[in-house]
Design a protein around this ligand. Structure first.
Ligand code: NAD
Ligand code: ZN
Length: 354
């Protein structure tokens, strides 16, 4: 038996207003052309954009995450940065999971040749990327701690999974998530909640994952079964971190497999796709789904319905293929005999209800 030896984020700052330490954090990195900041476009013309510690030579790109990150967008951001500044001293991603994944992927593609689509998979990245920092402005995905950067490519939605993908530095400033609209906060927060349910109820569970998963679940309950307070933002930020740590050593399950299909074929964002799928999974995660519905009521959030209505047959088949292609997720959820327990017709029936 060989156990996975996985890397963790080596440096992290936590605290309100810690964003303003970024200048100090970047100072030792500044020995070349400048820093590349990739910032969610939602912050363009917002006060946060004025607080970026910009120095001469730095490049700020406000990234578009209307669609989840695609390999050709990563390649373009890389090419434009290279033309404008050569190899930057550092790459800093500021935003939700999409922006954090873009920053990780651009950092890696500045040092590894070719297209990011060539590296969708496990341990295909050969060289460390440019030094990179991640600063979440939305909490739940765990992208700030994970060893993957999820990308949609020409043939699949699959991450750049590698030891080199992990951020060198993370800044957790709960002030940055304070103004997230309630619906988005819920969708992304539920990503964390579902990571925990799927990890804790999976067959791959072990004491390492349980320790992080149980704590994250407890924090999610405090956050989503109560009012939105400053303290809740701090807890949500830590829940996301712990939820990400939990799945690092286990795996997600049925909900994520189905959500990937919704995302690949219909372009539905990860967080909302998870909520749409989870709402149909009483048979697999009865207590988790019941509690999820209580959280939804408490937060006054509704999830889209009827998203697969009127879908053509080819698209439905593609969605089923995408979901069933994620073997480790099914094996974690249902055990080694998962193929018998999850025939195509059952996946189709679940999708048809969404
Ligand atoms: P997101 O990054 O896609 O952003 C969702 C929306 O929220 C966008 O419109 C964005 O502009 C907006 N937004 C971000 N911060 C905001 C703020 N402070 N105030 C107001 N609006 C804000 O959302 P997400 O749910 O954080 O990330 C989903 C992405 O993360 C998907 O692409 C998914 O594939 C990826 N993901 C990655 C991992 C990983 O381990 N790398 C894990 C899970 C999900
Ligand atoms: Zn997720």
């Amino acid at each position: 038996m060989s156990y996975r030896n996985f890397p963790m984020v080596p440096r992290v700052v936590f605290g309100r207003g810690s964003f303003d330490q970024l200048d100090e954090i970047l100072a030792p990195r500044r020995n070349g052309p400048g820093v590349l900041f990739l910032v969610d476009r939602v912050f363009q013309d917002q006060p946060l954009a004025d607080r970026l510690p910009r120095r001469e030579g730095d490049r700020v790109v406000f990234v578009d995450v209307t669609e989840e990150p695609k390999t050709d967008y990563v390649d373009r951001l890389r090419d434009e940065a290279r033309t404008a500044m050569g190899t930057p001293d550092a790459v800093v991603g500021i935003g939700g999971g999409s922006t954090l994944d873009l920053a990780k992927a651009v950092s890696l593609m500045l040092t590894n040749p070719g297209s990011s689509a060539d590296y969708q998979g496990w341990d295909l990245i050969r060289k460390p990327g440019v030094w990179k920092a991640g600063i979440p402005t939305l909490s739940g995905t765990g992208a700030e701690v994970s060893r993957t950067a999820v990308l949609t490519g020409p043939v699949k939605k699959l991450g750049l999974n590698s030891d080199h993908t992990v951020f060198d530095q993370v800044v957790l400033d709960p002030d940055l998530i304070r103004d997230v609209p309630a619906t988005q906060r819920f969708y992304t927060g539920m990503d964390c909640y579902i990571h925990c349910v799927e990890s804790l109820q999976g067959t791959f569970i072990n004491a390492f994952s349980r320790a992080y998963g149980e704590k994250a679940l407890e924090l999610c309950r405090e956050v989503f079964l109560g009012p939105h307070t400053d303290e809740a933002d701090e807890k949500l930020m830590m829940a996301s971190w712990f939820g990400g740590m939990s799945i690092a050593y286990s795996q997600v399950g049925v909900c994520h497999a189905l959500s990937y299909g919704l995302s690949y074929v219909l372009g539905i964002h990860h967080g909302v796709g998870n909520c749409i799928a989870f709402d149909q999974l009483d048979a697999y995660y009865p207590e988790g789904v019941a509690e999820f519905r209580r959280m939804m009521d408490c937060q006054g959030v509704e999830i889209p319905r009827g998203v697969t209505r009127g879908m053509d047959e080819a698209a439905m088949e593609k969605m089923i293929d995408t979901a069933l292609g994620l073997a480790p997720l099914w094996e974690n959820a249902l055990g080694p005999g998962w193929r018998q327990r999850m025939p195509r017709e059952r996946v189709r029936a679940l999708y048809e209800r969404m």
